[in-house]
Design a protein around this ligand. Structure first.
Ligand SMILES: NC(=O)c1ccc[n+]([C@@H]2O[C@H](COP(=O)([O-])OP(=O)(O)OC[C@H]3O[C@@H](n4cnc5c(N)ncnc54)[C@H](O)[C@@H]3O)[C@@H](O)[C@H]2O)c1
Length: 416
């Protein structure tokens, strides 16, 4: 059953486009809105502008069926889902959340609202953003009432329903994951619940908007703190000359201990970003969360120092750096610690740097002009006298151990 008529999804990126396509596949009329005209054109031609398994076939089907179309300007609908970016800005070490994309999108949505409409914020947001969003919309539309002003009596329903899908599995997880549905009021949560029931087979748990905002941030801060513990252990073990991988295996034999794996740092646009939103809202109270961020952000520099230490033993260091992405088997380089490491090694002129990243065909702009070379796996192995494993991509795992015998090896992910 479709409790709403037409749905509009604002922001057709990794989250918005699959969400729009899945709603359209359930027979709902969906109009997607994005400021990127090329993305809109591509979507209307039935071709996704992002890479996500099975999305191309689904998009083609719903566009051909006339259930999904895209546009650059917001038009009237019955429910709006806002899925625009929420990056952070780093100003001299102070990290603050940039909610300007949400403000722009909310003001644009406000212009076409009518009594009875539902507005859902899906973007990962600092606590209080959904309430602020009501304020921005109220400024645009003094003729309408919003739940922060009139509670259950308001003309418009507003909720925050954060997204927690894993790239690579989005089409499955958008349907099957449990969801937190944070209404500004109870009726707001019930309205949002009715909408998500169209596509969700996982549990949908209603709460208020502020709790939903912090729930999403908490999930990523939890991961970050636990990875920081593992990363800190790896640095302690280095000082004490103990194999951290063996140590963690032994400690995890305890029935109530489950230490995560250390690595070269933490990257991506979620775990490395969202904990700062908590620190920004409650700086005095979030000491552990801030320190975990700092521990994880320091790890790439620690790896660079280790490479430098070993390179001093070589007359002409030729260093093969394996992997650039922020995690295995993807092409996503956002906030990647491997990119930071490679960049620093090149700037510090530690040696000739060969970068091996099978998921890209050219170096990203921030690695250009540094004398780096994008090399094939075998070529790099033949030429290098040092190998630094930065990402546990599937094809790096099957390396012939004999090839490593006469080289310095730094394995930051513990798979060799
Ligand atoms: N990608 C993930 O795995 C993931 C997972 C969970 C949560 N999130 C959160 O979801 C939100 C969206 O992330 P994403 O990965 O889809 O981002 P994205 O950058 O892939 O897509 C955002 C889209 O919004 C568009 N946009 C920006 N301003 C707009 C405006 N005013 N009107 C219309 N379109 C506009 C951009 O052009 C872009 O296409 C973020 O808050 C992110 O933190 C992402």
């Amino acid at each position: 059953m479709n409790p709403v008529g037409k749905i509009s999804v604002i922001g057709l990126g990794y989250i918005g486009l699959p969400t729009a396509a899945v709603f359209a596949d359930r027979g709902v009329e969906v109009v997607g809105v994005d400021v990127n005209a090329r993305a809109v054109e591509s979507i209307n031609a039935g071709k996704p502008h992002i890479v996500e398994p099975n999305l191309a076939a689904l998009l083609r089907r719903v566009v051909e069926a006339g259930k999904l179309r895209a546009t650059t300007t917001v038009e009237p609908a019955d429910a709006f889902i806002i899925a625009v970016p929420t990056p952070f800005q780093d100003m001299e070490g102070h990290h603050w959340p940039d909610v300007s994309y949400i403000e722009t999108a909310a003001r644009a949505v406000a212009k076409v609202l009518k009594p009875g409409d539902l507005v859902i914020l899906e973007s990962t947001s600092p606590v209080g953003t959904t309430e602020r969003m009501c304020g921005w919309m109220a400024e645009e539309r003094p003729d309408l009432t919003f739940p922060t002003q009139r509670g259950e009596m308001s003309d418009i329903r507003v909720a925050h329903c954060p997204e927690r899908v894993l790239p690579g599995r989005i089409l499955d997880e958008v349907v099957n994951n449990a969801r937190v549905i944070g209404g500004i009021t109870r009726q707001c949560a019930q309205a949002a619940l009715g909408l998500y029931r169209i596509i969700c087979e996982g549990e949908c748990r209603p709460t208020n908007a502020r709790t939903a905002e912090l729930a999403k941030l908490t999930e990523n801060a939890y991961r970050d703190v636990n990875i920081a513990f593992a990363n800190e252990l790896s640095v302690i073990c280095d000082r004490l000359k103990i194999n951290v991988w063996e140590l963690i295996k032994l400690a995890n034999l305890h029935p109530r201990v489950n230490i995560l794996r250390p690595g070269p740092g933490v990257g991506g646009h979620c775990i490395a970003v969202d904990p700062w939103f908590i620190v920004d809202s409650a700086p005095e109270e979030s000491r552990l969360i801030r320190i975990a961020r700092e521990v994880n952000d320091h790890k790439p520099d620690f790896v660079c120092a280790k490479v430098q230490e070993k390179a001093r033993h070589l007359v002409e260091p030729v260093i093969a750096c394996l992997g650039l992405s922020y995690k295995k088997d993807v092409d996503d380089l956002r906030e990647s610690p491997a990119v930071h490491i490679v960049q620093k090694l090149a700037r510090d002129k530690v040696g000739r740097i060969l970068v091996v990243e099978p998921h890209i065909t050219r170096l990203p702009p921030d690695l250009e002009g540094l004398g780096l070379e994008l090399a094939g796996f075998e070529d790099a192995f033949e030429r290098a006298n040092m190998v630094v494993l930065l990402v546990d991509h599937m094809n790096f795992l099957e390396v012939d151990r004999d090839l490593l015998k006469d080289k310095f090896v730094i394995d930051t992910v513990g798979v060799w």
